[in-house]
Design a binder for this molecule. Structure first.
Ligand code: IPM
Ligand code: MG
Length: 399
């Protein structure tokens, strides 16, 4: 009869050795697997073509076989119709608690007569503000197969790959005070007037400048800061602060350009840019111009990140109510936004690569939605385009 370890001691011992191992070796793996089970995505399809293009992006995410936890909610006009507010508390809560928000589009002419706080656009502005999404990435890439879809000469845009970084939570968009009042001075004292406030604080400029310089480091190491320092106090300050931050990045070339000149250069010689960084208002305008260089705004994804890397991902185009429900909208911008989401907020770079190469492959197959159609290619609808991307992904999975 040999001596036997009492059962409780054996258990204790194994727990002890196990827990040591656990801490040293297994904990990180376990932790990772825990994280793997919670890639929380808030899905906000919105209005117009939003739900159609979102359906295709979800289809694509579904075939990746990753542990997504997706929950959707109403936003924009759809939320106004159902709950009387474009950004209901429940939608905001869902977005705040998610690792990432996948956003379709909001807006419809029928809401244009509502009071401003109730209009669909307030949903996107409210999400930006409440989640602190200050850094907006708007890449403009001209796919080789689409050079002819651009309104510019092919040689001007072939191979275009620029990145607009737009500050997204400050400037005249959010500056207080704003409103209407009776003028006490100006050209017409005593008359009714409206006013907004353009303003930027040093930390706001510093953090977006850092984002731009760091992004440039991963690209061609050139930053163009866009301002209106010749006229505006706010943008002289912007220029000064960006210059200061630039000293911390001696490996990145910095230049400055007035916004009117930047608009001109974007249509004259867009390929000369690498990274453009600018304020909220100028970024809004320049990014639409840049989008058109690529042939179609229907191709362009965007990401809006906060300091915690939580992000909102949306196509750069709007809700296009004129073509809603027709099944012809281009879902690629939303699908590519999902890829950006995987890369930036969910740390799934491989999956992002798979989506991006699947999109390349459907374009190479000659499939085109109507917005990017040109003679000699095959016209497809929203759903067929999504299906083709799914097929391209499953094909690479099977090797
Ligand atoms: C954009 C849009 C928004 C903006 C609108 C819908 C509020 O134009 O994301 O560029 O002006 O920022
Ligand atoms: Mg815009």
């Amino acid at each position: 009869p040999g001596w036997r370890t009492p059962r409780w001691l054996a258990l204790n011992y194994s727990f002890y050795s196990c827990s040591r191992l656990w801490n040293k070796r297994w904990w990180p793996i376990f932790y990772k697997s825990l994280k793997m089970t919670s890639l929380k995505i808030a899905v906000l399809p919105g209005d117009g073509i939003g739900p159609e293009i979102m359906a295709e992006a979800i289809k694509v995410l579904d075939v990746l076989d990753l542990p997504f936890e997706m929950e959707s909610a109403l936003v924009g006009g759809a939320a106004y119709d159902a709950f009387g507010h474009p950004l209901p508390d429940a939608t905001l809560k869902l977005a705040k608690e998610a690792d990432a928000v996948l956003f379709g589009a909001v807006g419809d002419w029928k809401y244009d007569t509502l009071d401003r706080p109730l209009r669909p656009e307030q949903a996107i502005l409210g999400l930006r503000k409440n989640l602190g999404l200050f850094a907006n990435f708007r890449p403009a890439i001209c796919y080789e197969q689409l050079v002819d879809a651009s309104s510019l000469k092919p040689e001007l845009v072939a191979g275009l790959d620029i990145l607009i970084i737009r500050e997204l939570t400050g400037d005249i968009y959010f500056g207080q005070p704003r409103g209407r009042r009776t003028a006490v001075d100006g050209h017409f004292p005593g008359s009714e007037e409206a006013f907004d406030t353009m303003r930027y604080s040093r930390p706001e400029i510093e953090r977006i400048a850092h984002v731009a310089f760091q992004a440039a480091r991963k690209r061609d190491k050139r930053v163009t800061s866009v301002d209106k320092a010749n006229v505006l106090e706010t943008f002289q300050f912007w220029k000064d602060v960006v210059t200061e931050v630039g000293k911390e990045y001696p490996d990145v070339a910095l230049d400055h350009m007035y916004v009117d000149n930047a608009a001109m250069q974007l249509v004259k010689a867009p390929k000369k840019f690498d990274v453009l960084v600018t304020g909220n208002m100028f970024g809004d305008i320049l990014s639409d111009a840049a989008a058109m260089l690529t042939g179609s705004i229907g191709m362009l994804p965007s990401a809006s990140l906060n300091a915690q890397n939580q992000g909102l991902y949306e196509p750069s185009h709007g809700s296009a109510p004129d073509i809603a429900g027709k099944g012809i909208a281009n879902p690629l911008a939303t699908i590519l936004s999902a890829a950006m989401m995987l890369r930036f907020s969910l740390q799934q770079a491989d999956a992002a690569d798979r989506i991006e190469s699947a999109v390349q492959s459907v374009l190479a197959q000659g499939l085109r939605t109507v917005d990017i159609y040109s003679a000699g290619t095959t016209k497809v609808g929203t759903r067929e385009m999504g299906d083709a991307v799914v097929a391209a992904i499953t094909k690479t999975t099977k090797g």
